[in-house]
Design a protein around this ligand. Structure first.
Ligand code: HAS
Ligand code: CU
Length: 542
C-alpha cells in the first residue's frame, strides 16, 4: 500500500470515528432516558430533545460512520489484494471530497435541530433542504468509489486474463456494485421528491411512495454494512486464527447471492403499509428467506475456517476447539465475539421477516434490539477489531494496549447481551420503539421492571466505547513501538482455482439482479408513480 493510499484511508477513518463518537454519546443518553435518567434538559442547546439526540445517533452511526469506514477500508483492501495501486488516487480523493462536502452540508441542519427526522427521514416530516442535498452528495461520492474499484479490477483482469480475481478484491467490488444498484432508490427519493419539495418546487409529498423508494435502499444498505465485515471474516480472520479459509468458491458464491438477492425485498419493512398488494409483500418475504441463505453459507464456511485454525493450534473435540482460538489477539477476539452475537441477530431477523410474526414485533423495541446485534455488533465490533490492526498500520505505531483492547471487546459483548436482550423482551411486551419512554404516561409496570437493564447495558457499552477511543488516541499520540505487519490474506483449503469461471463474471449476475428487482418492484413502483398525487404538506413536529 502506498503512503498516498494510506493517507486516503486515514482521512475516511478519521471522519468515521468522529461520527461514531457522536453516535455513542447520544446513544448513552437514550439508554439512560429509558432507565429513567433524563439528561436532555441539561444538554440544551447542543442536544435539544430526545428526538434530536435519536436522529443524531442514527444518522451518525449508520449513515456516516459505516459509509466512511467502508469507503476507506474497501479500496485499501482491494488495492492490497490486487497487488497494484488504486486505479486513481485522484478519483479516490474526489470521492472523499464529495462525501465530506455532503456531510458538511447535512450536519448543519442536523446539529441545529432543523432535520430531526430520524435516520429514515420519512416524509411528511420535513427537514431543511441542506440535509437532503448533503445526503445525496454522500451517496454520489460512494458511486465514485465503485468506479475506482471497477477500473482497478478491470486493469488487473487485462494483466491476468485467466486467473480468478483475488477474493478480497472480488468481495470489495461485489459489495460496492450491490450498493450502487441498491442506492438508486434513495437517490430517486432524494432527487425527485425530497429535494424539490424542500426547495419549494413541489407543493407536496407522499409518505407511501417515499417509503417504497427508501426501503428499496434501506434493506440492502444493511448488507452494504455487513459485507465488509464478512470480507474480513473470510479473507483475514482465518489467517489471524492460525488457519485457512475453508472454501474460496463457496465464499464467492455467497457474495454473488448477495449481489443478486439483496435489493428485491424491501417490503419486509412495509408489511403493515397500506397501498402495496399483499402478494408482493409475500414475494418479498420469500426473497428475504432466500437472502438468509448466503449468511448460512457464511456461518458454515467461517466456522469451518476458525476450526481449522483452532485445530492447528492443538484444539480438540467437537466444540472445545473453540477455546483454542488465539483469544489473546484483540482483533480476532472482537470479530469472533461479533460473530457469536450475530447468530442471535440473524435468528431475530428471520422472525422479523416472517410476515405474521412481524405484526408482533414491528415498531416495537424488538427492532432496535435486532439492529444493535446486527449493525451495532456484527458490523461495529468487527470494524473495531479491524481498526486494532488498521490504525497501527496507518499510523506506523503499535496498538497502545492490547489488554485494554481485549477488555473493550468483551465489555461490548457483555453490555450488548444485556442491552439487546432487554430491548427484545420489552418489544414483546409492546414497548414502542423511537419513543421517549421515560415521559410516557402510559408506561406499563412490566416495562418498568426491565427498562433499567437498558440503562445498565447502555452504560457498559458506553464504557467500552470510551476505552476504544482512548486506546486509539493513545496509539496515535503516545505509542512508541513500531506497528507490526498487518494480517495477511488467508490461504484457502479449497482455493480459487476450484471456482467455476462464471463466479468471476459480473454481467450475468448484474442482469439477474436487475431482472429480479424489476419483477419485485416494477409493478408497485409504476403503479404508485402513475397514481400518487403529491398532496401531503410537510410537518415539523419537533
Ligand atoms: Fe434486519 C429491520 C430482517 C440482517 C439491520 N434490520 C432491521 C433494521 C436494521 C436492520 C437497522 O424482515 C431496522 C430498520 C428500521 O429502522 O426500521 N435482517 C433481517 C434478516 C436478516 C437481517 C432476515 N439486519 C440484518 C443485518 C443488519 C440488519 C445484517 C445490519 C447490518 N430486519 C429484518 C426485517 C426487518 C429488519 C424483516 C424489519 C422489521 C420491522 O418490522 O421493522 C438476515 O440477513 C440475517 C442473516 C444472518 C444469519 C446469521 C449468520 C451468522 C454468522 C455468524 C457465524 C458465527 C460464528 C461464531 C462463526 C443467518 C455468519 C461461531 C459460532 C459457533 C456456534 C461455534
Ligand atoms: Cu431489511
Amino acid at each position: 500500500m502506498t503512503p498516498a493510499e494510506r493517507r486516503l484511508a486515514a482521512a475516511h477513518l478519521a471522519v468515521a470515528l468522529a461520527a461514531l463518537f457522536g453516535g455513542v454519546v447520544t446513544g448513552f443518553l437514550q439508554a439512560l432516558e429509558h432507565a429513567g435518567v433524563d439528561l436532555y434538559p441539561a444538554l440544551a442547546p447542543v442536544v435539544r430533545s430526545y428526538y434530536h439526540g435519536l436522529t443524531l445517533h442514527g444518522v451518525l452511526n449508520v449513515l456516516v460512520y459505516t459509509t466512511f469506514f467502508i469507503a476507506g477500508f474497501l479500496p485499501l483492501i482491494a488495492a492490497r489484494a490486487l497487488g497494484r495501486p488504486l486505479a486513481s488516487i485522484r478519483l479516490g480523493w474526489a470521492a472523499f471530497a464529495v462525501m465530506a462536502a455532503g456531510l458538511g452540508l447535512a450536519v448543519v441542519p442536523l446539529l441545529g435541530n432543523a432535520a430531526t427526522v430520524m435516520f429514515t427521514f420519512y416524509p411528511p416530516l420535513k427537514a431543511h433542504g441542506a440535509f437532503y442535498v448533503g445526503l445525496t452528495l454522500v451517496v454520489v461520492g460512494t458511486w465514485l468509489i465503485t468506479l475506482n474499484l471497477a477500473l482497478g479490477c478491470r486493469a488487473w483482469r487485462r494483466d491476468h486474463p485467466d486467473a480468478r480475481t483475488p477474493l478480497a478484491a472480488f468481495m470489495a467490488l461485489a459489495t460496492m456494485a450491490m450498493w450502487t444498484i441498491a442506492s438508486l432508490g434513495i437517490a430517486a427519493e432524494l432527487l425527485l421528491m425530497l429535494i424539490p419539495w424542500s426547495l419549494g418546487l413541489l407543493a407536496g409529498t407522499d409518505a407511501l411512495l417515499a417509503r417504497v423508494l427508501f426501503w428499496f435502499t434501506g434493506h440492502p444498505i444493511v448488507y452494504f454494512w455487513l459485507l465488509p465485515a464478512y470480507l474480513s471474516w473470510y479473507t483475514l480472520v482465518p489467517r489471524q486464527a492460525g488457519g485457512k479459509l475453508f472454501s474460496d468458491p463457496l465464499a464467492r458464491t455467497s457474495f454473488i447471492l448477495f449481489l443478486v438477492l439483496s435489493t428485491p425485498l424491501g417490503f419486509h419493512h412495509q408489511y403493515v403499509d397500506p397501498g402495496i398488494h399483499r402478494g408482493w409483500k409475500l414475494l418479498h418475504a420469500f426473497l428475504t428467506f432466500a437472502v438468509f441463505f448466503p449468511s448460512l453459507l457464511t456461518f458454515f464456511n467461517v466456522v469451518a475456517s476458525l476450526e481449522s485454525g483452532a485445530r492447528a493450534r492443538g484444539g480438540r473435540g467437537w466444540v472445545a476447539w473453540f477455546g483454542r482460538l488465539p483469544w489473546g489477539d484483540p482483533s480476532l477476539a472482537a470479530q469472533v465475539l461479533a460473530m457469536l452475537l450475530f447468530t442471535f441477530g440473524g435468528v431475530g431477523g428471520l422472525i422479523n421477516a416472517s410476515y405474521n410474526l412481524n405484526l408482533v414485533v414491528h415498531n416495537t423495541a424488538w427492532i432496535p434490539g435486532h439492529l444493535h446485534l446486527t449493525v451495532g455488533t456484527a458490523v461495529t465490533l468487527t470494524f473495531m477489531g479491524i481498526t486494532y490492526w488498521l490504525v497501527p498500520h496507518l499510523s506506523g505505531r503499535a496498538l497502545w494496549s492490547r489488554r485494554l483492547a481485549l477488555v473493550q471487546a468483551w465489555l461490548w459483548f457483555a453490555g450488548m447481551l444485556v442491552f439487546s436482550n432487554a430491548l427484545h423482551r420489552l418489544g414483546l411486551m409492546g414497548l414502542p420503539r423511537r419513543t421517549m419512554v421515560g415521559a410516557a404516561a402510559y408506561a406499563l409496570p412490566e416495562w418498568k421492571a426491565v427498562l433499567p437493564l437498558v440503562g445498565v447495558g447502555g452504560t457498559v457499552l458506553f464504557a467500552s466505547a470510551l476505552l476504544y477511543f482512548l486506546n486509539l488516541v493513545l496509539t496515535v499520540v503516545a505509542s512508541r513501538a513500531p506497528a507490526p505487519e498487518p494480517p495477511g490474506f488467508a490461504e484457502a483449503l479449497s482455493g480459487p482455482e476450484h471456482a467455476p469461471a462464471i463466479l468471476d463474471r459480473w454481467r450475468p449476475w448484474l442482469v439477474l439482479a436487475g431482472v429480479l428487482i424489476a419483477i419485485a418492484y416494477g409493478p408497485t413502483l409504476i403503479g404508485l408513480a402513475l397514481t400518487t398525487p403529491l398532496t401531503s404538506p410537510g410537518y415539523r413536529v419537533w
